[in-house]
Design a binder for this molecule. Structure first.
Ligand SMILES: NC(=O)C1=CN([C@@H]2O[C@H](COP(=O)(O)OP(=O)(O)OC[C@H]3O[C@@H](n4cnc5c(N)ncnc54)[C@H](O)[C@@H]3O)[C@@H](O)[C@H]2O)C=CC1
Ligand SMILES: O=C(O)C(=O)COP(=O)(O)O
Length: 532
């Protein structure tokens, strides 16, 4: 299996990959930018692609690597260089390593803040140039100043902690910041306008989204204090670059520090390079030994696990199935897939909607993973590449709604999953299942509301017939004549002489002739072989 490492990650991560049996590790640092067609050639047939922020994993790259591509690993946080939508379409898991570079980036942000307060880079430069500029290189203190933090996530919180130690007051703007977390961090949660109006220093720690792009621009800068200092170690584009240049020029912004840019690498002749009171670093936030070792090894482990069919950590396009979740949810996944497939195969009419009901102790589990398992089974015979990652997207594309319900109603089982398909003709098809015994063995316990007990695997003949004498015998002899062994049979009926449901688990498939013969029996209302 080919693992394409497109950007330089720590050797610890690369060595981990190289030690894996069956892995062919291809290191192609810088190739994306240097020779794109050669990069595409290498991407072909890769099981995984690992990047930092330099290479882009576009739809074209994903299409080229598909169908072998299983995972895209980002050794870092920001995934804006990865087309996650395309990855989802192709059923490819996208994972990152949140946390591993938090401290490194918080420390770099703080370095920028300190350099925005005291002109250390300018002092160092003047010393190199043989000058002694102590009269023109004065600064100010962080102590007792107000710091506005936009985006109080991992990095924002670490910056805030450090700022408190420097005696700063902290205002935080983050629509997802809970009052509890704000209190625990000792910060005051405010609206953006308030943060802009009252901060001496403003630092941004958010992803670049439609909401954050250009959040700091000429208009918002005008509402800030004169002499405000601005910092961006998150993503280029959150601060409008032209507007920042103008505000530095006018002195409205006293100093600024940037690690990231709207377009990277920053053009050689970019006006930022000669702007006054502006400190620039070339996207170094995560570039510490510690951070790189941490994210490099973590992504190598995560990618390996996905390729080997193990736990899925920090996936951004599906719920993560870490080892612990996999352990609890895992036993249900086969059952879920079987129930989904069963209703799809039993429905004679076009299905318009799926309704999934979880009852009993299963309601405490991660329903999203179970639902994906059901849909994956449902799509088995509809879409050849359906998997956990793209199951929901495919349903949406097919225009099929999925309703998920967690029910507190008591059932005969400690846990029960019911999958119901609503068909165009108004008829519903349903299958219910549970796990039984110490081995957590999956069982289908009802079909169309009729009690059965069937192990859901292999070939199953499902027959609905009017409850008459000798039908089972007739069916049995046709199956026997066809040379097929019946492994188990489950019989049920709603009332004597009513409608009976017979399910025969078969060791192999029935011939068309045998099926025709079974269907020709007068009492048979419906007969279908399903494959699970
Ligand atoms: N310069 C560098 O080398 C590095 C840059 N980064 C970047 O730093 C940023 C933050 O990273 P983390 O703290 O790890 O991420 P995080 O996900 O922990 O934090 C992001 C925070 O932004 C908040 N947020 C989202 N939309 C917002 C909006 N419209 N307004 C205000 N807040 C909003 C979220 O609620 C969240 O709390 C990311 O963009 C990441 O890519 C991360 C590591 C290294
Ligand atoms: O993790 C992030 O979001 C970063 O921006 C770090 O980027 P890098 O891995 O240093 O190219």
């Amino acid at each position: 299996m080919k693992i394409l490492v497109a950007d330089k990650i720590s050797s610890i991560g690369v060595d981990f990959l190289k030690q894996q049996e069956g892995f062919e590790v291809v290191e192609a640092y810088g190739l994306y930018k240097e020779d794109y067609s050669k990069f595409l050639e290498l991407a072909k047939g890769s099981s995984a692609i690992i990047v930092r922020s330099d290479s882009k994993v576009t739809r074209e790259v994903i299409e080229t690597a598909a169908p072998e591509l299983k995972a895209i690993g980002r050794a870092g946080v920001g995934v804006d260089n990865i087309d996650a939508e395309a990855a989802t379409d192709y059923g490819v898991v996208v994972m990152n390593t949140p946390g591993g570079n938090t401290i490194a980036t918080a420390e770099l942000t703080f370095t920028h803040m300190l350099c925005g307060a005291r002109p250390v880079p300018q002092g160092a430069q003047s010393m190199r140039e043989g000058r002694w500029d102590r009269k023109i290189l004065g600064g100010s203190e962080l102590f007792k100043k107000t710091l506005g933090v936009c985006g109080m996530g991992r990095i924002g919180a670490e910056v805030a902690k450090r700022a408190k130690a420097f005696g700063m007051e902290i205002l935080a703007y983050d629509p997802y910041l809970s009052a509890n977390k704000a209190e625990a961090l000792g910060v005051e949660a405010v609206e953006l306008e308030e943060l802009f109006a009252n901060s001496d220093y403003i630092t941004v720690h958010m992803p670049l989204t439609d909401a954050t792009r250009g959040m700091i621009n000429a208009e918002s800068i005008a509402t800030m204090k004169d002499g405000v200092r601005l910092f961006n170690c998150a993503r280029g584009g959150i601060i409008n670059e032209e507007d920042l240049l103008a505000a530095l020029e006018s002195g409205k912004v006293a100093a600024a520090g940037l690690d990231v840019y709207a377009s990277e690498p920053l053009a050689e002749d970019h006006p930022f390079r000669s702007a006054k009171n502006l400190n620039l670093t070339p996207h170094l936030g995560a570039s510490t030994e510690e951070a790189q070792e941490s994210v490099g090894l973590e992504i190598a482990e995560s990618v390996t696990s996905v390729i080997r069919g193990g736990g899925i950590r920090n996936a951004i396009n599906m719920p993560s199935l870490d080892e612990q979740t996999l352990k609890t949810v895992g036993p249900y996944l086969d059952l879920c897939s079987a129930l989904g497939s069963l209703v799809q195969q039993l429905a004679l009419e076009k299905i318009e909607k799926l309704k999934i009901t979880y009852s009993g102790k299963i309601v405490d589990l991660d329903a999203n993973s179970l639902t994906r398992g059901i849909i994956k089974g449902f799509l088995k015979d509809i879409s050849s590449n359906a998997n956990f990652v793209n199951a929901l997207v495919i349903m949406e594309r097919l225009g099929l709604n999925v309703d998920v319900l967690k029910s507190s109603e008591e059932t005969d089982y400690t846990e029960l999953i019911k999958v119901e398909a609503e068909c165009a003709n108004g008829e519903n098809v349903s299958a219910e299942g549970t796990l039984i015994g110490k081995g957590n063995s999956p069982r289908v316990v009802a079909i169309n509301g009729r009690e059965v007990e069937v192990e859901p695997h292999g070939c199953m003949l499902v027959i609905a017939n009017s409850d008459e004498l000798g039908i089972v015998g007739k069916i049995g002899s046709i199956i026997g004549k066809d040379g097929v062994n019946i492994a188990a049979m489950s019989l049920s009926r709603n009332e004597v002489g009513g409608v009976a449901l017979n399910i025969a688990s078969l060791d192999s498939d029935l011939s068309d002739a045998a099926m025709d013969e079974i269907k020709s029996i007068e009492a048979i209302k419906q007969a279908k072989v399903v494959h699970l």
